[in-house]
Design a protein around this ligand. Structure first.
Ligand SMILES: NC(=O)c1ccc[n+]([C@@H]2O[C@H](COP(=O)([O-])OP(=O)(O)OC[C@H]3O[C@@H](n4cnc5c(N)ncnc54)[C@H](O)[C@@H]3O)[C@@H](O)[C@H]2O)c1
Ligand SMILES: [Zn+2]
Ligand SMILES: [Zn+2]
Length: 379
């Protein structure tokens, strides 16, 4: 068994800078496929881990938003996954269902609580990447670790998409597009003509804007504290924008102004208690807050209970846009190719693996939307 040498972005432990290392990658095992990464997006969830807001075991190759080309199938894959062959373009899913937990049994596989992806190892329970000369295993974030030139991934995480899909778009379908578009079209089931507010306009929030537009929302108000984000939202279908200042009450008043007293659906796509509370406070009677942004562990938010109950309001958590990747990834790719999901507009920067720490810095400052890592065969 000869290992392949790969370059990858490794986080030794949460809270420290990423380092680019050369690692050994095992041949693909039972139920795994070897892929060559072609594009990987930088998502705020990677930054949560990088900054130690979510405790994760290390060392680990970060990255959970990626597109790749299949190079080799491990034993047993060809028979069970006839769509997977060398040369096929796949978008990678960061959550594959266990099939037996309560969420999976209810048919809502995006709620899987025992996903093998969350072990950050291959389905065998082992790591496929190692530091050379027996210097120890390196885990892979959500079992796909897309900040690497090559990876082994569980076959179920490799979802074929139309080969005409631009690589960066296929990568973004792996997380932010599916998360945001699905939050609006699937979790919240936004209705034609309804009013939607989206708070926070990164890759996830702008995908909520695209999802609301796709669902035919009549009013889409986009809110961010960075002016450039508002412009991007308008291009993706927002009908109104609000530049959020330090005063939450002013933002609330502006939201009510632009939505005839409050939106039918208000999405929060940041993960801050103040904006989660703002989303809930903005609701008119019968309104729904969709919480998409992820907070650091242990954070709480609150709301006034009486009007919430009296007014029949709702709060929904939305994980992975309620996605079934095998169904939804090809669908979102097809919508992009048909000109109805302009996800390419989310890409504001392209880097190599060694640009990651700078990309994280830009994300902390709210600069740009999605930075995409391109992988050069010769790199
Ligand atoms: N629910 C899911 O399944 C899921 C999936 C992927 C990501 N996420 C989470 O979604 C969140 C957003 O991810 P992203 O990659 O789009 O992040 P991002 O950092 O690119 O975007 C966040 C946006 O919020 C804006 N913002 C920050 N503070 C603000 C404030 N106080 N008021 C108004 N705007 C503010 C920033 O300017 C930025 O535009 C993260 O918490 C991420 O972990 C959730
Ligand atoms: Zn993500
Ligand atoms: Zn499950």
């Amino acid at each position: 068994m000869t290992a392949t040498s790969i370059r990858a972005a490794v986080l030794d432990r949460p809270g420290v800078p990423i380092r680019i290392e050369t690692l050994d990658l095992d041949p693909p095992g039972e139920g795994e496929v070897r892929v060559r990464m072609v594009a990987a997006g930088v998502c705020h969830s990677d930054l949560h881990v990088r900054d130690g807001e979510w405790d994760r075991e290390g060392p680990i190759i970060l990255g959970h938003e990626g597109a790749a080309v299949i190079e080799e199938l491990g034993p047993g894959v060809a028979a069970r996954h006839p769509g997977l062959r060398p040369g096929v373009l796949v978008a990678l899913a960061w959550l594959i269902p266990c099939g037996t937990c309560r969420g999976c049994r209810s048919g809502r596989t995006w709620l899987c609580s025992a996903s093998p992806s969350y072990t950050h190892r291959m389905p065998s329970g082992l790591a496929a990447t190692h530091r050379p000369a027996g210097a120890g295993d390196v885990l892979t974030y959500c079992a796909i670790g897309t900040f690497a030139e090559r990876q082994n991934v569980p076959a179920a995480a490799a979802i074929p998409v139309d080969p005409a899909t631009p690589h960066a778009v296929a990568a973004l379908i792996g997380c932010c597009v599916t998360t945001g578009v699905g939050a609006m079209t699937k979790t919240a089931d936004v209705q034609p003509g309804s009013s939607v507010v989206v708070i926070g306009l990164g890759g996830v929030g702008l995908s909520c804007v695209m999802g609301a537009a796709l669902a035919g929302a009549g009013t889409i108000v986009a809110v961010d504290r960075v002016a450039a984000k508002l412009e991007a939202a308008r291009e993706l279908g927002a009908t109104g924008t609000i530049l959020a200042g330090a005063d939450g009450d002013e933002t609330l008043a502006a939201i009510r102004d632009l939505t005839d007293g409050g939106p039918d659906v208000c999405a929060e796509a940041i993960g801050l208690p103040a904006t989660i509370e703002l989303a809930i406070a903005s609701l008119p009677v019968g309104g729904t807050a969709v919480l998409v942004g992820m907070t650091p562990f242990g954070v709480r938010a609150s709301f006034e209970a009486f009007p919430f109950v009296d007014g029949g309001r709702r709060i929904l958590g939305s994980n992975y846009g309620s996605a079934d990747p095998a169904v939804d990834f090809p669908r979102y790719a097809a919508l992009h190719l048909a000109g109805r999901l302009p996800a390419d507009r989310l890409v504001t920067g392209r880097i190599g693996l060694d640009g990651l720490e700078d990309a994280f810095g830009a994300m902390r400052r709210g600069e740009g939307v999605r930075t995409v890592i391109g992988f050069d065969e010769t790199a």
